[in-house]
Design a protein around this ligand. Structure first.
Ligand code: NAD
Length: 356
């Protein structure tokens, strides 16, 4: 088996906590190159993980003799780095959010089709045990038609990298809806079978602007040499309502700060059964159904899965077996279009129609 060589753009929190150690765990894979504009961090991380080649310009990394590029840089760079990496004959695992607009997502997908390279979105929720349980039941027809869903990813005081790229629109493209909301939007779009969105209504708030505190991500050793300013010009809470062309709908909310409960929650309302997943409850998944006229609650037993490791293993398997990754082109484009429309609706204070 020929070794697959990986190059990673961005040596920050997610690369140190997940991508580098996880790729290093997969047999037949070598993390051969790393890139970061922050030289101090680049040196520290490549020494720590013994990565032989280092670059301060991603354009140089993607020209190297590598098979895979992992994109773990600030959001605004994802599209260009993904497109040019594939044009340089590399398979791409791209961090969320994949794209800031539907157009950007379409360009990425078109490039993947043209170049024949594997493109996958990094969505660890796809590999979690609760997702497997719910998707499995859905595919076996046990939910019927899922006509309504609710998804929330709420943090009470959890602003990432306050004053850095996360809270600077020019570099992040947006706040919690793009950062954590995208995880649950991707999850629900996957579970609902990717219905086509028609209309989106959104609102955004920034109520913690003057009292914001840093939420602790990225971890301190991932911040070595980072230059942190004071900008906080994205939302701290966003919510949205999506109507799909088939008449079904979704309510979604995401926050970095708010006086509310915390955690990730998804509710699915199906004609035969419903489900609720809550990261904060012991029985994390509950299935609400009716058997022989009796209302029943079922709590499936979940297994412990390292979803970040499974994500990387799946991506490598797709390359080795030339398989289509779990994140499908239509889902990637749909998620990007919904978030773009949600922000546009919040800005214009009007519902936004999504073209197919
Ligand atoms: N899947 C997840 O659960 C998850 C978790 C955290 C972050 N993320 C995503 O991963 C990406 C990185 O987030 P993070 O938390 O690691 O942030 P981070 O700030 O810790 O790391 C980003 C790194 O990119 C570097 N960088 C900035 N501009 C660059 C450029 N032009 N070229 C190369 N490097 C550049 C920065 O110096 C920094 O070291 C983001 O898109 C974020 O949304 C995903």
């Amino acid at each position: 088996m020929e070794k697959l060589k990986v190059g990673i753009i961005g040596a920050g929190g997610i690369s140190q906590a997940a991508h580098i150690p996880n790729f290093q765990k997969v047999e037949g894979v070598e993390v051969a190159g790393l890139c970061d504009i922050n030289e101090e961090k680049l040196n520290f991380v490549s020494d720590k993980f013994k990565i032989p080649q280092k670059f301060t310009k991603w354009e140089n990394l993607i020209e190297e003799n590598l098979d895979i590029i992992v994109i773990a840089s600030p959001n605004v760079f994802h599209k260009e780095q993904a497109v040019l990496s594939m044009k340089n004959d590399k398979h791409v695992l791209c961090e969320k959010p994949i794209a800031l607009t539907g157009k950007e997502a379409e360009e990425i997908i078109k490039t993947a089709e043209k170049t024949g390279k594997i493109f996958m979105g990094a969505f660890p929720q796809r590999f979690a045990s609760h997702t497997y349980v719910m998707k499995n039941m859905i595919e076996n027809g046990e939910f019927g038609d899922i006509y309504y869903a609710k998804a929330s990813y709420l943090r009470r005081r959890g602003i990432p990298g306050l004053g850095g790229w996360f809270t600077t629109k020019r570099l992040s493209g947006g706040g919690p809806m793009l950062d954590v909301g995208v995880h649950i939007l991707d999850l629900v779009i996957y579970l609902m079978g990717c219905p086509e969105p028609k209309t989106v209504i959104g609102t955004t708030f920034n109520k913690f602007k003057n009292s914001a505190t840093d939420g602790g991500w990225p971890p301190s050793e991932s911040r070595i040499g980072d230059k942190i300013g004071k900008t906080f010009d994205v939302e701290d809470l966003a919510s949205g309502f999506v109507q799909f062309k088939n008449g079904n709908s979704l309510f979604i909310e995401a926050s970095w700060a708010g006086n509310s409960e915390t955690g990730l929650k998804v509710s699915l309302f199906g004609t035969k059964s419903g489900a609720q997943y809550s990261s904060e409850e012991k029985q994390q998944v509950k299935i609400f159904s009716e058997q022989n006229g009796i209302l029943t609650d079922i709590s499936p037993i979940l297994t412990n899965v390292d979803s970040y490791l499974e994500e990387v293993k799946h991506f490598v398997e797709c390359i080795r077996k030339n398989k289509e990754p779990i994140t499908k082109p239509k889902e990637i484009i749909t998620v990007a279009k919904i978030i773009e429309a949600l922000y546009k609706s919040a800005e214009t204070k009007k519902p936004v129609q999504i073209d197919s």
